[in-house]
Design a protein around this ligand. Structure first.
Ligand SMILES: NC(=O)c1ccc[n+]([C@@H]2O[C@H](COP(=O)([O-])OP(=O)(O)OC[C@H]3O[C@@H](n4cnc5c(N)ncnc54)[C@H](OP(=O)(O)O)[C@@H]3O)[C@@H](O)[C@H]2O)c1
Length: 337
């Protein structure tokens, strides 16, 4: 698969998304479009809007550290705006939009610069919630706000009490709480989207495990299980979630249906690469696992299965496909990022 084909796959809307957009009024504005997920989400939104026969604008806001990305997004119909939204008055200069998807966040580099992470993840949300108090807002958050749970538990549900480990996860809960505060203050409809590991072929847990198997590196199993979801599915859910925003805010876990064994994933890669994976002699304890039954009940099961993701990733690695070089650190258990 070429990178163009991958982008095409990630940005092809389902009939259900196209239908959902028909009942969504107003423009869509994506804050933090320049990251791992934003570009494919923005392209997906543009295509779905077009196929739904509507005339919505799709705005993509970022600092655009990657200038080529801005040109590519413009070429596909996204109206891009370069802004550092943490700066004074930056938000006032942005267009109004009835639908906002909030993807800005800071994770890596937190250790040693905790103040910046808290500003990004917990102070900026207040400014955004005030600026867009008359919009619907889908707030990207993280499954990291939950405690680690036993593998046999079926994963943390939306009713599990948050217990974030480390300052990144704590600041994510801060982001949620600040958005919730402003939702209560202004009656802004919101949905808190708690994501556990989106997977693209260019980054993600599966790529990292596949590369370890291919290069015969031993795999640490102290985190023995995980959840993953194909990024195309995660992005569809984020857009369809605009129709589920509510007051008080809805909470939604977003991930795949399986509690995935990392040992099993490594063995699958081993089968595809015709090699035997090596494992460190570690014992797996509780893991960060989310139960996304509510999400599947609302939107159906993800379209791309775990085996499809593994097969595509193995092929991508074998063919030397491009990588974002943004490791997920999914084996971190102390919350230090
Ligand atoms: N990917 C996952 O598996 C995953 C899992 C759990 C939670 N999440 C959460 O989901 C959200 C989206 O995920 P992602 O992986 O796409 O995140 P990401 O790669 O960190 O992207 C967020 C983007 O926001 C932009 N941004 C940061 N600060 C900004 C500022 N001050 N003004 C304007 N734009 C700014 C950055 O792009 P520029 O450099 O262009 O500004 C950055 O790349 C994040 O909040 C993340 O924490 C993701």
């Amino acid at each position: 698969m070429t990178e163009e084909q991958l982008d095409e796959l990630l940005s092809t809307p389902s009939d259900l998304l196209i239908q959902d957009l028909q009942s969504l009024k107003g423009d869509i504005l994506i804050l933090g479009v320049g990251g791992k997920m934003g570009p494919s989400l923005a392209r997906l939104a543009v295509k779905a809007v077009k196929e739904s026969g509507q005339h919505k604008k799709v705005f993509g806001v970022s600092r655009f550290s990657d200038t080529q990305l801005r040109k590519d997004l413009e070429a596909t119909g996204v109206i891009t705006i370069e802004a550092d939204i943490l700066e004074d008055n930056a938000l006032e200069g942005l267009p109004d939009a009835s639908n906002v998807i909030y993807m800005v966040g800071r994770k890596f580099g937190t250790s040693g610069q905790e103040h910046l992470t808290w500003a990004m993840n917990a102070y900026l949300p207040g400014k955004v919630a005030e600026r867009y108090k008359n919009s619907k807002i889908v707030v990207f958050s993280s499954g990291n706000i939950y405690p680690m749970v036993p593998v046999v538990s079926g994963g943390a549900t939306e009713n599990t009490n948050p217990s974030p480990i480390g300052e990144y996860a704590q600041s994510c809960l801060g982001r949620e709480r600040v958005f919730q505060y402003f939702s209560h203050l202004n009656k802004t409809p919101m949905l808190i989207y708690r994501l556990n590991y989106a997977v693209d072929l260019r980054y993600g847990n599966l790529l990292e495990i596949g590369e370890m198997v291919k290069s015969n590196m031993p795999i640490d199993l102290k985190v023995g299980h995980m959840n993953v979801i194909w990024q195309g599915d995660a992005n569809e859910i984020a857009l369809r979630a605009l129709n589920k925003c509510n007051f008080p805010p809805e909470i939604l876990n977003v991930t795949g249906p399986e509690t995935v064994s990392i040992k099993w994933v490594a063995k699958e890669f081993g089968r595809l690469f015709k090699t035997t994976p090596r494992f460190l002699d570690t014992i797996s304890g509780d893991c960060l696992l989310n139960n996304a039954s509510k999400c599947h009940h609302w939107f159906g099961y993800p379209k791309v299965s775990i085996l499809e993701m593994i097969n595509m990733t193995a092929k991508w690695i074998n063919e030397g496909g491009s990588k974002l070089n943004k490791p997920t650190h999914f084996q971190e258990t102390k919350g230090n990022y």
